[in-house]
Design a binder for this molecule. Structure first.
Ligand code: SAH
Ligand code: SF4
Ligand code: F3S
Length: 426
């Protein structure tokens, strides 16, 4: 009896990591992953609520699963994640009575026990089945190449960025113990991962009884089998001196940092409670580039924050010119609270137009950044015979073929759109 699980994940890497964790718990109960919804005996919708649109997508997905449930009356439908936390089980149950189980993002730790109760009739595929499959069967790599594995090092967030719903749906920051993190990292490397991505909402704020993010990096960087280490998302306030030293000394630490800035206007940054200014953010990039000149940076922006003036927006455009981002995710402000001062007061038309201008500015600058790589040597980890990602997280294509999983030095010959082209030299 091979039961199948289908997972639909919305939102960020932390949700993806949670989906993988839940998949693992299902696997211990004898489930494998379904390729198609129709094959599934259980479905998880892991939801996001960071913007209204993200929540709406997840909710309409739950709506569509009514048909699956009709044709699979024995199947179990699970709704999990951040939107489940925000909306609440009662309301979800009321609107979608066919949903079997609802677990908010804060209660992911209870998911194992929840599965025990849901599948208690099949004791054999429950407790017994769990023991048959060894712990280190490796990561459920649902989202990426098998070379990359996520390692969650903290949950929740203790910042109070004015626009953000994450702290309220995920709770305050809690840090996973050094022992657990190292164990998780080792298991994933043993299962074949060569690149690890440390995850947390302010991942570099990690600190547990004096053991810091930088300390953690140093311990992970020496683990056997690790070729590349990434982390997401750091906050500009938490890079210490140790980090800069480690970055310089250890090229296994990726030459790319995703560092959300949100706005280039000091006035807006203050209202957002980000804790840095336009100038301080640029200085941080300069300090990191002073250690490693070819560091690549990507970022997130929000346009149309309440009260954002044309001058504020111009400051954001100026930051784009100055920072040299490889890419940026740009979002329209979406109110996540009913507080009147946080309502969207910039018209949809202006928001659209600012988004459009910003996207174009980012693209124009990123073309320059990519072209600067021509003639340089990039260290590329190949995901397919002719495609891989550089340490700077740029997409690289070659004309020849090499073994997937290998890391090769590639000389960059040209840059087209978002992709570098080159030839293997070593
Ligand atoms: N912890 C990360 C960001 C997590 S949310 C950090 O502090 O940088 C991912 C991105 O969603 C944010 O960087 C922000 O750009 C965007 N975002 C968050 N709340 C939003 C909102 N209310 N409206 C629009 N975009 C939002
Ligand atoms: Fe949200 Fe990130 Fe700010 Fe935390 S640090 S409140 S997750 S934007
Ligand atoms: Fe969305 Fe929750 Fe991530 S709100 S962005 S899935 S932390």
């Amino acid at each position: 009896m091979n039961k199948k699980l289908f997972i639909i994940t919305f939102g960020c890497q932390m949700n993806e990591a949670d989906s993988e964790y839940m998949a693992r718990l299902f696997r211990r109960r004898g489930f494998s992953l379904a390729d198609k919804l129709d094959e599934a005996d259980a479905v998880i919708v892991n939801t996001c609520t960071v913007r209204q649109l993200a929540e709406d997508k997840a909710v309409s997905q739950i709506g569509r699963l009514k048909y699956w449930k009709k044709s699979h009356p024995e199947g179990k439908l699970f709704v999990t994640g951040c939107a489940a936390q925000r909306i609440g089980a009662k309301k979800i149950k009321k609107r979608f009575p066919y949903v079997d189980e609802i677990t908010g993002a804060r209660s992911i730790e209870n998911f194992d026990r929840l599965l025990d109760s849901v599948y208690r009739k099949n004791k054999i595929s429950g407790e017994e089945g769990k023991k048959e499959i060894p712990e280190n069967t490796g990561p459920e790599n649902i989202y990426r190449s098998p070379l990359t594995a996520y390692v969650t090092i903290m949950r929740g967030c203790s910042h109070r960025c004015s626009y953000c719903i994450v702290p309220s749906v995920r709770g305050p920051a809690t840090f996973i113990s050094r022992e657990e993190i190292i164990k998780d990292a080792k298991e994933k490397l043993a299962a074949g991962a060569r690149e690890l991505v440390l995850l947390g909402q302010t991942v570099n704020s990690y600190r547990l009884s004096g053991f810091t993010f930088s300390n953690l990096l140093e311990e992970i960087l020496v683990l056997p089998g690790l070729e590349r280490l990434r982390f997401m998302s750091p906050h500009p306030l938490y890079f210490d001196r140790d980090f800069k030293r480690i970055l310089k000394q250890n090229s296994r630490l990726a030459r790319h940092i995703h560092l959300p800035v949100q706005s280039g206007s000091d006035r807006i940054l203050k209202l957002m409670r980000r804790g840095y200014t336009h100038q301080q953010y640029l200085e941080l990039l300069a300090e990191l580039r002073a250690e490693v000149p070819d560091m690549s940076f990507t970022t997130d922006f929000i346009v149309g924050y309440p009260g954002e003036t044309e001058e504020d927006f111009q400051e954001t455009l100026r930051l784009v010119e100055e920072a040299g981002f490889t890419a940026a995710f740009c979002f329209k402000y979406s109110p996540r609270t009913d507080r009147p001062e946080m309502a969207a007061d910039i018209s949809e038309k202006i928001m659209e137009s600012r988004l459009d201008i910003l996207l174009k500015a980012v693209k124009k600058n990123s073309r320059v950044i990519l072209r600067e790589r021509i003639g340089k040597i990039e260290e590329v980890m190949f995901e397919t015979p002719d495609f891989g990602r550089s340490s700077s997280n740029m997409a690289v294509r070659i004309n020849s073929e090499t073994a997937p999983g290998s890391i090769r030095k590639v000389e960059i010959l040209s840059a087209e759109r978002n992709t570098l082209h080159g030839k293997v030299i070593l």
